[in-house]
Design a binder for this molecule. Structure first.
Ligand code: NAD
Ligand code: IPM
Ligand code: MN
Length: 355
């Protein structure tokens, strides 16, 4: 039976990068006989313009019924003033919640060919191979909030953070399971010197660790972790953290590898999972055909690995991306003198040819 992939391009560079990833998937399908089929759906500002909602019900229903979702990006200045509950970003937040995508895996691995592109010194970057395990459907992102109220004579707004023990147990277990298959180290990141949610987080992760005697656990405050990522990123194996800290730390960790455009992610649910690059809709370069498609292409590889259990095809795509970079192809975010300048289509073709 055909495996159904729901593709949600979204806004900005979303169409360019999902087109690229689908081209690579089609090539992998030819080679490995994967039997993939594709169904396209709207979300984000594009959907808001068409239907008055960033996440049409049929998009969510199709995503639920699929074998895996490939997501581009949503958002853009054009929709900055729409009512908060209808902002494009609500599409991805609604998909995460609606599909129960409780964990977001964001790997950062620096290819030897890209060591010189990092803003950090090569000797710090060489050998970096970490994964951020970010809690994705809880915390301050999904707590109660108030856009505006009068309080003691002044206007204020608030967002509430809460975490329950089962929510933290679930993400911690996934972090330990992930570490078992890697170098056996989990760094749990919180702000337990200030926040009650972080103290519950730390207690709970420590308890879960008792079930994983062969995995080493340490704890870092988030401010120190932000610094350590710049000072000694190779020390990390698995970083396990909450929704907001994970969002911020993963953009920081992404530049270690040279460009945010390279970084994929897998959002894991109990049933269907969703795969998306960690970057946004990049309005500054949208429509120019120069976006780096590799983050989305590597997300498609993660889809094959985690949702379809097609490890060989996933590896072939990852190797093809490495090879295209090793052969000198560079989109403008990574281009330097002496390399082959490639736009999105040329980079995609170079990868397709190498699958
Ligand atoms: P962004 O990630 O879109 O862009 C940040 C910078 O990185 C920009 O200079 C951009 O040109 C560059 N960049 C991003 N992806 C790139 C790629 N593939 N190739 C080359 N360069 C790339 O972040 P932003 O500017 O803060 O946000 C823009 C919009 O995207 C906002 O509306 C935001 O809410 C949204 N956003 C969406 C997602 C998502 O859909 N998952 C994620 C992050 C941000
Ligand atoms: C990400 C994005 C999203 C987030 C936004 C667009 C809601 O920044 O996927 O990292 O904050 O999770
Ligand atoms: Mn983000």
């Amino acid at each position: 039976m055909a495996k159904k992939i729901v593709v949600i391009p979204g806004d900005g560079i979303g169409k360019e990068i999902t087109d690229a990833a689908v081209a690579v998937l089609k090539k992998a399908d030819e080679k490995f006989g994967l039997g993939l089929s594709y169904e396209y759906h709207d979300a984000g500002g594009t959907a808001y313009d068409k239907f008055g909602t960033p996440l049409p019900e049929e998009t969510l229903a199709a995503a639920k019924a699929s074998d895996g979702v490939l997501f581009g990006a949503v958002g853009g200045d054009k929709w900055d003033s729409v009512e908060p509950s209808l902002r494009p970003e609500k599409a991805i937040l609604g998909l995460r919640k609606g599909l129960g995508l409780y964990a977001n895996l964001r790997p950062v691995k620096v290819a030897d060919t890209l060591v010189d592109y990092s803003p950090l010194k090569p000797e710090l970057v060489r050998g970096v191979d970490l994964v951020i395990v970010r809690e994705l459907i809880g915390g301050i992102y999904f707590g109660d909030r108030c856009e505006s109220e009068q309080h003691e004579g002044v206007e204020r707004a608030w967002d509430l953070e809460n975490y329950s023990v089962p929510e933290v147990e679930r993400i911690a277990r996934l972090a330990f399971e992930t570490a078992k298959l890697r170098r056996g180290k989990v760094t749990s990141v919180d702000k337990s010197n200030v926040l009650a949610t972080s103290r519950l987080w730390r207690r709970t992760v420590t308890k879960v660790a008792e079930g994983y005697p062969d995995v080493a656990l340490d704890h870092l405050y988030v401010d120190n972790c932000a610094m350590q990522l710049a000072v000694k990123p190779a020390q990390f194996d698995v970083i396990c953290t909450g929704n907001l800290f994970g969002d911020i730390l993963s953009d920081e960790a992404a530049v270690i590898g040279g460009s945010i455009g390279l970084m994929p992610s897998a959002s894991i649910g109990e049933a269907t999972s969703l795969f998306e690059p960690i970057h946004g809709s990049a309005p500054d370069i949208a429509g120019k055909g120069i976006a780096n498609p590799i983050g989305t292409i590597l997300s498609a590889a993660m889809l094959l690995r985690y949702s379809l259990r097609e490890e060989a095809a996933a590896r072939a795509i990852e190797a093809a991306c490495d090879k295209a970079l090793a052969d000198g192809f560079r989109t403008p975010d990574l281009w330097q003198e002496g390399f082959r300048k490639a736009d999105t289509e040329q980079m995609t073709r170079a990868i397709v040819e190498r699958v």
